[in-house]
Design a protein around this ligand. Sequence first.
Ligand SMILES: C[S@@+](CC[C@H](N)C(=O)[O-])C[C@H]1O[C@@H](n2cnc3c(N)ncnc32)[C@H](O)[C@@H]1O
Length: 273
Amino acid sequence: MKLAAGIQPETLTALIALVREHTGIAMSERKSVLLEGRLRPRMQALEIASYQAYLDKVVKDRNEVPHFIDLVTTNDTVFFRTPQVWDYVEQEFLPQWQRDHAGNTLKVWSAAASSGEELYSMAILCEEFKAVTPAFTYQIYATDISQQILAQARAGRYAGRSVERIRASHPEWVKKYFQASTHGLQIVDALKKHVELAQHNLLTPLKQPKQFDLVFLRNVLIYFDQEHQQTVLQQVRHSMAPHARLILGESESISGLDTACHFDRPMIYRLEK
Ligand SMILES: C[S@@+](CC[C@H](N)C(=O)[O-])C[C@H]1O[C@@H](n2cnc3c(N)ncnc32)[C@H](O)[C@@H]1O
């Protein structure tokens, strides 16, 4: 089967609209080569020869939508991405939270969790904190729009770039929280038991809203236009406890948006309800 050379302009416009409709992601028309590269393997597997025919399939066949979402989302992540965030969590957030909320369970939401490196980084810091503060308890809720990437997070198997930093900076954590497996490193069950994973689109309300103390919303707002950033922030805010902290990615800011979250320091915001 020979694939069509490139996406025709009208098909590209319609595909970009479909990406926005299903994920909120604002894709630029300049990204057509990227989009072609992502859709091509799926089209080949389905023996669909033109981008327009694939577009028609996504529109008509609801079962194709999750595959389409898996293809158009960008899932780059690593353990302990942006070290200063983790220094803040370890040295300031956790001790302060425990002082203010002794007896409660810390509730964390990794809101665009991708393959799980962020949520297991948090679980490692919580375990380390628990080792010196036995009364401390925690739960991590992790969501992503992509079913495929959530399956990877659930499996908890890591190799290559994802674990380079933690291997170099904390080999003792690698020994303690991972088991060697044929695929690389496998997260131990002691961490997994604190974690719940679920599929969730950030543009919609959480099915079971909780009051989270700490929300990681990192490296996902950059994919949305301002209107959708505002929607996401409104939804996330409803699931934040009154004292909660919100953590964004390095290149993200919410200063232009109407939100109850106030700047605390770069990347860290606090909710004032
Ligand atoms: C680049 S990863 C960020 C991973 C991690 N938070 C980090 O900072 O390393 C962005 C993630 O956002 C997810 N995503 C994109 N649109 C989303 C939406 N509307 N709702 C929920 N997750 C979404 C993608 O599937 C992807 O896994």
